[in-house]
Design a protein around this ligand. Structure first.
Ligand SMILES: [Fe+2]
Ligand SMILES: [Fe+2]
Length: 231
């Protein structure tokens, strides 16, 4: 993969992850009964929307420099949040997880997000405008991690650090699994696209050779047409 293409992939995937986080937080905000917690989720969602917007802008800047053929593969469509596995087909996490697991998920993922941004920071350079934006996003992620940690210690103080480590390992593996699934989809796409094209070409060739006059119904008594006919 060329450097410009791998950069597009990084910003494309990160923008998806950030937007998915925003939607997850908004879903959590809608169902929580505590006004204080709802406010926390809402502010968190707002941060994640801003992060997603920043990454979409960085993606768009690079997309404009790429050829149309390449840029086409990095267009955003909302359903890809589900097909790429950023949001589960089964529903939002707050609806499918226990609250304890949900907070542990936020706790571990915010930390993982922060460390994955360290690599993006190297990519864009610390002292650039984009570098400054990413540094400020990393500070937000650490703050989110801290908030989830505080909530955890208040509500589940019996939880041991090794248990959080298990959550973190599980999430790291889940993230890796999503990348493998995505790579498989791309591989299948590369494998099947020539086949689809060959079939379309074959169908087109057959259609050109067909005598379409036989399909004209004018002046024909449809009652006399055999029941086996495709007309
Ligand atoms: Fe974020
Ligand atoms: Fe975050």
């Amino acid at each position: 993969m060329k450097k410009s293409q791998s950069e597009l992939t990084v910003f494309y995937e990160t923008a998806h992850a950030e937007l998915a986080s925003a939607l997850e937080m908004l879903a959590a905000c809608k169902v929580t009964e505590s006004p204080k917690q709802a406010y926390g989720y809402f502010m968190h969602a707002k941060d994640e929307y801003n992060h997603a917007r920043s990454f979409f802008e960085m993606l768009s800047k690079r997309g404009k420099r790429a050829s149309i053929e390449i840029a086409r593969d990095f267009r955003f469509t909302p359903p890809s949040l589900i097909t790429k596995g950023y949001i589960s087909k089964k529903g939002f996490l707050i609806d499918t997880m226990k609250l304890k697991d949900f907070i542990a998920f936020v706790y571990t993922n915010e930390l993982l997000a922060k460390s994955s941004f360290e690599n993006i920071l190297i990519l864009v350079g610390h002292s650039t405008e984009e570098g400054r934006r990413i540094t400020s996003i990393m500070a937000d992620e650490l703050r989110h991690h801290g908030m989830a940690k505080k909530f955890f210690l208040n509500h589940y103080s019996a939880l041991q650090p090794w248990q959080l480590l298990i959550y973190r390992t599980k999430e790291t593996m889940h993230n890796k699994g999503r990348k493998i699934y995505d790579a498989n989809l791309k591989f299948l796409d590369r494998l099947l696209t020539p086949l689809y094209r060959a079939l379309a070409y074959l169908a087109g060739t057959i259609a050109i050779k067909l005598n379409l006059n036989e399909f004209k119904r004018e002046g024909k008594n449809l009652m006399n047409i055999s029941s086996q006919s495709i007309l």
